[in-house]
Design a protein around this ligand. Structure first.
Ligand code: UTP
Length: 414
């Protein structure tokens, strides 16, 4: 067991002594758990993240340019057919994998358990987000006569529950050997004053450190190696919560390849120019995202013959070549600060359920990897056909809205 005195000194150095407030009340097992956890935390990192991300610096003198994009439903029928055939042939070669990021906390939805276990009423049956995705991949397997290896990123918090859920559902009939779960990294959550939160009197509150950790986690958990052994060349990456996601889209694949890029992203059009959505752009000639606080009236309205230059929103549907994945796994992506609502134990030992966001989570994002490439293929898709994420209990990204879109799309595709 790590030495208590050393840990106390460390906590003092970083003004986090409150993490041992309940020490005297803990039993031996809890004491050991807490000391082990405290000794694994990089307090210097948290301290510097908290201090450096207090204000978001606006880079000066950066060259901003638009990024070109394709529009799916404007591709002419003949060209569309050609791309579809080309992509289909590539998919049939079985060198394609799907990665689902399911390591998030899902704080906005507030579902107990992994978000992928959240059920929707898709009358006549109820399906969980994991089941919907499993069905989509099974359909692709059937269509292309392949077995797509499926990689699922979980967090330390939800990994056990995710795996037991899959076991209880008999892996939705998916070949167990073609499903790989891997756990992403974590970091402690802090309150707005920089104090690390306790989840329990004997447990520091740690949570997954953002979807940008995908690359490092894939590599350190030997998933990239596994992909290489299987001869995978292209990897489709998406979140767990978009129930209209197309997991194997031959047009997207063919366009990315023909455009000679190692990465691709699907986008939707930013209808409301004043929404807080970030948009794709080029910064100093490299693909990047532009934060809404930097989108001026002039930028948002910039267009050539009605074709807007800065209105493409990222919907977390990406293609990466295996080389691209490997390359990014060796790069440290920058951290961002997300404000989240997290229940914690206060200094009186009471469980506090906040009504408003009360904590900072330090996260890296996938999009920060784009600038390590010369170009990215962007494909704008129709929102109502390919983007129905479940984020909040009510509103445009709620289970109700997503279910309606899903059922409409099912009906239309019959
Ligand atoms: P979101 O940004 O919507 O976050 O994640 P979230 O954690 O699911 O939900 P909130 O913000 O707490 O309500 C987009 C996708 O990225 C995954 C999520 O599981 C989701 O599929 N993700 C997010 C991770 O896999 N790991 C993370 O650390 C963060």
């Amino acid at each position: 067991m790590p030495d208590l005195a050393c840990i106390q000194e460390l906590l003092k150095k970083y003004s986090q002594e409150h993490l041992l407030y309940f020490w005297e009340d803990l039993n031996d097992e809890e004491k050991s758990k807490l000391l082990n956890q405290l000794s694994s935390i990089d307090f210097e990192k948290i301290d510097s993240l908290y201090n450096s991300l207090k204000t978001i610096p606006i880079p000066q003198g950066e060259k901003l340019e638009p990024l070109d994009y394709f529009i799916k439903n404007e591709i002419l029928v003949k060209e569309r057919r050609r791309l579809e055939n080309q992509g289909t042939e590539i998919l049939k070669q079985g060198q394609y994998a799907v990665v689902t990021m399911a390591g998030g906390q899902g704080t906005r939805l507030g579902h107990k358990g992994p978000k992928g276990t959240f059920e929707l009423n898709l009358s006549p049956k109820k399906s969980s987000l994991f089941e919907i995705l499993a069905d989509k991949i099974k359909q692709a397997n059937k269509r292309y006569n392949i077995q797509i290896p499926w990689y699922i990123m979980t967090s330390e918090t939800n990994n056990k529950d995710t795996i037991s859920y899959f076991e209880s559902k008999n892996y939705f009939g998916y070949d167990k050997n073609n499903i790989n779960f891997f756990i992403q990294n974590k970091l402690p959550l802090v309150d707005t004053s920089g104090n690390i939160l306790l989840r329990e009197p004997y447990q520091v509150y740690e949570a997954s450190n953002g979807n940008g950790n995908l690359f490092e986690s894939l590599a350190t958990n030997n998933m990239v190696l596994d992909m290489k052994k299987r001869g995978i060349k292209w990897i489709f990456v998406s979140g767990i919560d978009n129930i209209l996601v197309k997991v194997a889209d031959p047009i997207f694949l063919a366009l990315t390849i023909n455009n000679s890029t190692e990465i691709g992203a699907k986008t939707i059009f930013k209808k409301d120019p004043y929404s807080k959505d970030w948009v794709f752009c080029k910064k100093d000639s490299k693909p990047a995202m532009l934060g809404y606080e930097r989108i001026t009236e002039e930028i948002t309205n910039a267009n050539i013959d009605g074709r807007f230059l800065y209105r493409e929103i990222n919907i977390l549907c990406h293609l990466f070549s295996i080389d691209a994945l490997e390359k990014i796994s060796n790069i440290d992506l920058p951290y961002h600060r997300a404000t989240k609502k997290n229940t914690y134990i206060n200094n009186e030992g009471m469980k506090i359920v906040p009504e408003k966001p009360n904590s900072y989570k330090f996260e890296t994002f996938i999009f920060d990897s784009f600038r390590f490439f010369d170009n990215i293929t962007l494909l704008r898709v129709q929102e109502e056909k390919e983007f129905a994420p479940i984020k909040d209990p009510v509103g445009i990204y709620s289970p109700d809205t997503a279910t309606k879109l899903y059922l409409k799309e099912e009906f239309n595709s019959k």
